[in-house]
Ligand binder design. Structure first.
Ligand code: TYD
Length: 202
């Protein structure tokens, strides 16, 4: 199974991806936990530039960099793992590009969808958890853990647009995408919801 985790800044993806991996392993599954951008050697370099470049990056260049990161990641990490019968948990995937590059950066939808289609080698998640949180709360949480990157430094309006877009995507694909409120629920509650959904697939 291929599971992706999505959501605005500070929504708790890294906590819940790790907890889900532990849970699946306790049930005897082989699990690959990976992430975008940065899940490959080349991706590590792209991630550094995408998150910490000092100069402004043109938004089409940025889209192409996320696409390059993904094409490399899907072909070298995700496809081989799935072919070996492993479960793949990916922290951010195609929906991040739809939310951040269309709603955040204002790029045309058809352009971003086309780039997504090309870069993902036709591999889409079976299940996606959208961890939803109010951007102000998420950014506050993220700010306590580390220094802000290029995206976290964007205005609240940018993050609100990203969140709204995520919710729209989820509304259009209710079978694939499960929305869980990580602002109101505790880590334990959120993980319990995730595990309950996953149990149906084990
Ligand atoms: P992430 O690794 O979740 O950052 P952190 O570890 O700080 O939580 O994601 C890095 C940033 O990249 C995040 O702000 C969202 C952005 N992003 C896009 O804009 N488009 C994309 O396609 C992806 C995968 C990420």
């Amino acid at each position: 199974m291929f599971i992706s985790f999505e959501g605005p800044e500070g929504c708790g993806k890294s906590t819940h991806t790790k907890l889900l991996k532990e849970y699946l392993e306790s049930r005897g599954k082989k699990v690959v936990l990976t992430f975008e951008p940065g899940g490959t050697k080349l991706g590590e370099e792209l991630r550094k530039m995408l998150l910490h470049a000092r100069n402004k990056i043109d938004r089409i260049t940025e889209l192409a960099m996320f696409a390059a990161d993904r094409a490399e990641h899907v072909s070298k990490v995700i496809i081989p793992a799935l072919e070996h019968g492993q479960w793949v948990i990916c922290d951010r995937y195609v929906d991040s590009t739809l939310a951040y590059q269309i709603a955040g950066r204002g790029l045309p939808e058809d352009m971003v969808r086309y780039m997504n289609m090309v870069s993902c080698h036709g591999v889409l998640p079976d299940l996606t958890f959208l961890l939803d949180i109010l951007p102000t709360l998420g950014l506050e949480r993220a700010g306590k853990i580390k220094k802000a990157d290029r995206f976290e430094k964007e205005k609240t309006t940018f993050h609100n647009r990203v969140r709204q877009r995520y919710l729209e995507i989820a509304k259009n694909e209710p079978k694939r995408i499960r929305v869980i409120d990580t602002g109101k629920n505790t880590v334990k509650q959120v993980q319990a919801i995730i595990q309950k959904i996953i149990q149906r697939h084990i």
